[in-house]
Every structure is written in C-alpha cells, then in structure tokens.
Write a protein that binds this ligand. Structure first.
Ligand code: ADP
Ligand code: ASP
Ligand code: MG
Length: 404
C-alpha cells in the first residue's frame, strides 16, 4: 500500500474556507493513487483559548483534566475536514486518539507516543476511506486522554508515518518550508532546500517553531523523511533528512531565536560542592526547565554568583521556589525578563575553526553585548538584551552568508 501522511497545522485549517482548500489538497493525493492518512491540529487560536479558559478556572488546573480540555479543538477540525470530504463524494471519517488507539507514555501535557494500533485504519484504507486523525492527543495505560506537548501534531504525524510505514510524511503549514530564520521576522531569510535532523532539532529546540522538537527526535530515530510545505501556495518545500543525503558547503544552516526568556542571577551563593544541584532541585521538581547556566569563579573561594535562564512564564514561580528553599542561601536575587537567546546552527561548525570568533565579532561590531554564552557541537547560543535581538539576527545572517 502506497501511504502518505498529510499533516495540517492550525492556520492551514484556521477557517471553513481553509478547510475547503485543505480538502482539495487531500483529494489531489487520492487522485495520485495514494492511500491518505490525514492528521490535523485544532483551528488556529482554539488551543490557546482553551488554555486561557483553564487558567481562569484554576492556576493549577488538574493535569489529567487539562489534557481532556486542550485536546478538544482537534475533534472539531477533524470532523470539519471529514465532513467536507464526504460533501465532495469521498468516504472519510474522523478518528480521535482513543478510537485508534494511540498509546502514549509519560506525564500529562508532555506525553510521547509509544504505539499506534493499525488494524482499524488499515481496514478503512482498504475500503477506500480517508481517515482524519486528531493530532496532539492519545491515551495512557489508565485510559486517560493525554497530549504530546504544544505543537505536538507534528509528532503525531511522524509517528503515524512510522507505524504505517508511509512513503511520505508531509507537514503542511503557513510557510513554504524551513527558512534560515523565521521568515515572518527576518525579511531576508532564505528557504532551506534540505536540512539534517540534527540541525532541525537544534533549530526547533532553540526557537524555530516551524517543527516541534520531539517530532524531529522521533523522525531521526525512525529515519522518517519529512517534507515541510505550504498549504497556501504551491512551491517546493524543505526536506528534513539524514546528514548523509546532504551536500552543501554552508557552515551555518540557520539562526533561531526565542523571545520569552528570563535571566535569574543569584548573588553571594556559598561556593561548595552540591550547591548548584541544590538550587536546581526545586525547579526540576516543578518541571521548570533551566536553559543556559554560568557560574562565576569565586574571588575568595567562599561565595560565588550563579546566572541561569528559564522561560519568562516560569519567572515568578522560580523566584518563590528559590526564596522558599531551605537548602540554599544567597545574598540577593536579580532578575531580567527582557532578554532573548540567539543561536546559530550548522553541522559545518564541527570542522570549521573560527565560527565562535566570527559570531562574537559580528555582534561586537554592532555594539551588542553578550550576556551569557552556551554551546553544543553544532550550535552556539548567546543571550542578548531583547532590544538588540533583530539587529543581532540580521548581523549574523549577513556574517554567515545566509542571504544567498
Ligand atoms: P502550524 O500551525 O502549521 O503547526 P506553526 O505556527 O507551529 O505552524 O509553525 C509555523 C511558523 O513557524 C511560521 O509561521 C513561522 O513564523 C515560524 N518559524 C520560526 N522559525 C522558522 C523558520 N526557521 N522557518 C520557517 N518558519 C519558522
Ligand atoms: N493544537 C495543538 C497546539 O496548538 C497542537 C498543534 O498545533 O500541533 O499546540
Ligand atoms: Mg506547529
């Protein structure tokens, strides 16, 4: 069976007119003799609205019910797509996570897909039906509804492609591919024809919202090629694939950024073994992710300063937890919620010396101060004042010849 998985994101199904357009795209694959499995997000804005409602009910909305609530939008978009296909004379029905079922493991709101049962959908495909699967959701071993993280319909698509051994997995979105930087912010950003899983994973996890990071991990582990395309206009998209398939002389593939970071500095922390662990323990226990960390060298061997970044939405909670913790003491806490992280990503930096120098020099020439630095094998990230963000991206884009 020649199967294709087509994923549609929120904007692609954002109105009834858009759903009519998307239905035409689906039919074009049926006409090419594909067995089509569709997976859809909620209409744009719907999930955010449900999240807001949960906050109005309770700031600590119970996690199992939260997933029931925020996964509700996908039911609506899937039935609308199936309804339109039926209207046009095609056999189609919606499938919610529990009906397939899609089994997940892990915590609510950040579960991961572990298994997808195939039997019913295969039977339906053989009968000529077009299944419209609700993205983002599954069930756990206790039969409760789970969700797989914001933007998680990407992961649903990859895992459907894996379990059904699809020939193609196409992510339809509102941009026509992965760009060197967010094309909605950086006008000179250029479309990338082919990008490796490793680079896409680093870009996605450092702010390029176009793909959900977990979905790229799943694709890499299972060697699923992904095409990212626009549901708005016809054009060649981007292929996400293994490194071996890529021939390119670019050192840096792309630049990503985040706008929702906050920096916390603890002044006068005791300089002794175990102190960093004691600081981060309450954050870990409250699922607060710590990103960049620097600890200054202690001038007197007794006290030191520690700086780290978190998402700004976690800032208040982090301050409370640190002040409450009995295991740590510090003289002062300084916070700054107007910082942004800029990252340059490329496998080429492994073999090319001088990339760090070029990055720092390009920023220095624009008078941009670097607050914190962190690196991985294929990524260098710097924290800058948010007012310098655009200037920094544009300078780096130019420095690494991404405009061409
Ligand atoms: P969907 O609803 O289809 O899942 P998303 O909003 O999650 O779409 O992702 C698409 C958005 O990702 C684009 O509108 C774009 O603004 C943003 N984006 C950020 N970085 C990049 C990048 N490097 N390339 C393309 N799009 C990017
Ligand atoms: N609707 C969900 C969200 O907004 C899942 C998705 O869009 O992929 O996060
Ligand atoms: Mg998305």
């Amino acid at each position: 069976m020649k199967i294709v998985v087509l994923k549609f994101g929120g904007t692609s199904v954002g109105s009834t007119d858009r759903i009519k357009k998307v239905s035409k795209i689906i039919i074009s694959y049926v006409q090419k003799k594909y067995k089509v499995i569709v997976v859809s997000s909620a209409m744009s804005g719907v999930t955010n609205d449900l999240v807001k409602k949960s906050k109005k009910i309770s700031n600590e909305f119970v996690s199992d019910e939260y997933d029931v609530l925020v996964s509700a939008g996908e039911q609506m978009s899937c039935s609308l797509i199936a309804g339109r296909l039926n209207h046009l004379g095609y056999k189609s029905r919606s499938w919610l996570g529990w009906q397939i079922p899609i089994l997940t493991e892990g915590k609510h709101s950040s579960s991961r897909i572990q298994k997808i049962y195939k039997k019913n959908i295969i039977k339906y495909l053989k009968l000529g039906g077009i299944p419209i699967v609700a993205g983002f959701q599954g069930i756990n071993s206790e039969n409760r509804i789970t969700t797989v993280g914001r933007g998680g319909t990407d992961a649903s698509a990859i895992m459907l492609a894996r379990f059904f051994r699809a020939e193609k997995c196409i992510i339809y979105t509102d941009v026509d591919g992965v760009y060197t930087s967010d094309p909605n912010t950086i006008k000179k950003a250029k479309k990338i024809k082919v990008i490796s899983y490793e680079e896409m994973l680093e870009m996605a996890s450092s702010g390029a919202k176009v793909m959900q990071p977990h979905s790229i991990q799943d694709a890499r582990l299972n060697r699923i090629n992904i095409e990212v395309k626009s549901s708005f206009k016809k054009s060649l998209g981007t292929l996400i694939t293994k490194r071996k398939n890529i021939f390119s002389s670019k050192i840096i593939r792309g630049i990503s950024f985040t706008k929702n970071d906050a920096k916390v500095t603890l002044i006068g922390v005791k300089d002794k073994p175990g102190i960093a662990a004691a600081i981060f323990e309450p954050l870990y226990k409250n699922s607060i992710n710590v990103d960049m960390v620097v600890q200054n060298i202690s001038p007197n061997g007794k006290e030191t300063d520690l700086t780290f970044t978190i998402k700004s939405e976690n800032l208040n909670k982090t301050q409370k937890l640190l002040k409450k913790s009995k295991k740590i003491s510090f003289r002062k806490i300084i916070v700054d919620s107007k910082v942004s992280k800029v990252s340059i990503i490329g496998v080429g930096m492994i073999t090319t010396p001088g990339v760090t120098y070029r990055m720092f020099n390009a920023l220095a020439k624009k008078n941009i101060n670097i607050i914190v630095i962190s690196t991985s094998e294929i990524k260098i990230s710097v924290l800058v004042n948010r007012k310098n963000l655009n200037k920094a991206i544009i300078a780096l884009h130019k420095e690494f010849n991404l405009e061409k």
